[in-house]
Design a protein around this ligand. Sequence first.
Ligand SMILES: CC(C)(COP(=O)(O)OP(=O)(O)OC[C@H]1O[C@@H](n2cnc3c(N)ncnc32)[C@H](O)[C@@H]1OP(=O)(O)O)[C@@H](O)C(=O)NCCC(=O)NCCS
Length: 386
Amino acid sequence: MPTTESVLQHYSPGLEGVLAGETAICQVDEGGAGLRYRGYAVGELAEKATFEEVAYLLLFGKLPTRKKLDDFAAELAARSVLPDRMVAFLATLPRDAHPMDILRTAVSWLGLLDSDNLHRSREANLRMSIRLLAQIPLVIATAHRLAMGAEMVSWQPARSFAENLLWYLTGLRADKDEEAKAMARVLDVSLILYAEHEFNASTFSARVTASTLTDLYSAITSAIGTLKGPLHGGANEAVAEMFISIGSSERAEAWVTAALAEKRRIMGFGHRVLKHGDVRSDIIQREAERLSDLCGDRRWYDIALVVDRVMRREKGLAPNLDFYTAVAYLLMGIPRALYTPVFVCSRIAGWCAHVIEQQKHNRLIRPRALYKGPAPEVYVGLDDRR
Ligand SMILES: CC(C)(COP(=O)(O)OP(=O)(O)OC[C@H]1O[C@@H](n2cnc3c(N)ncnc32)[C@H](O)[C@@H]1OP(=O)(O)O)[C@@H](O)C(=O)NCCC(=O)NCCS
């Protein structure tokens, strides 16, 4: 049992460099594969696997056989409907609400309708995880289409997760043209890369919540609220806004230099853990470049290249996953406010795997704080106070 003195010696603001638990889900492998999900290099998964396989791997602990993957896809398709009451609820929300706020509220609401929410077993948690994986894209698409007055969509079992998601968010059909097919594959790669990242802030908040032995929906609601911030998942949306504000590659260097002179943070750069670059950024950069060439539109990619060069030169900072992902999502025409919700569609697999792992080997997460407040005071009665 650590003493108060020994605890105080180990204070690290922002828990930087602190080991806060054990996991078998994800390994940060700097100098090696960069990142491994359950032992598999993320680069190999991005090249050879689909998001469905990766979600299965994270949730169940090993890669599926073809039969298991088919069953998993069928299960996702069967769960890809929203209760009528949920659709009616989404229709009551303010039209200008941010999709991340809608999603956080909707996930909490879905928990009210799920009878598994009373149970903490691995089986119940897995059933709830699959329901969330299937329903979150529908919540996002339904809320967006309600706000736009657009036609509703339903899940097409013949299409992959990424193909359905692309269709939900943009109306593009991967079976109709080559560009949309290539976009669906890049979206699939980005979902694989976004799926898991050890004890990042949102996963950690999910684990803190789960460690009280509360329900999975409460843990995921905490995680969504945590992901929303611009220092975490909200960065991809902010990067796209920056590219639009820069406007052209000719203006990019001056724009970044001026922003740095004003001590502003450039979104999509830096990382709390990956101080020597992010292998996921290299992967999505290649995909973004290929897609830009295929679409005959290098405008966003060329801006990104200049910003990348200036940031490495001026700050010694490399891009993170959000940076070139924004190039790809701009090309796909995904509405900007939906970028972070797309991140949720993927990271839900990692979050749920962590909730299950936390509750299997649970210890309440309750750290200490370094007190910086007033010295001891003596209570003065109400009438004697001045
Ligand atoms: C992710 C992030 C919060 C990590 O921060 P951190 O580990 O706390 O790093 P620090 O805030 O201590 O930054 C270290 C130095 O790099 C600078 N820095 C870090 N990220 C920067 C950025 N994106 N733009 C400009 N400068 C940055 C800091 O100003 C600081 O410089 P200083 O020592 O001269 O003050 C930070 O890099 C950031 O804000 N990035 C932008 C948001 C983003 O892309 N988030 C997605 C993360 S995956």
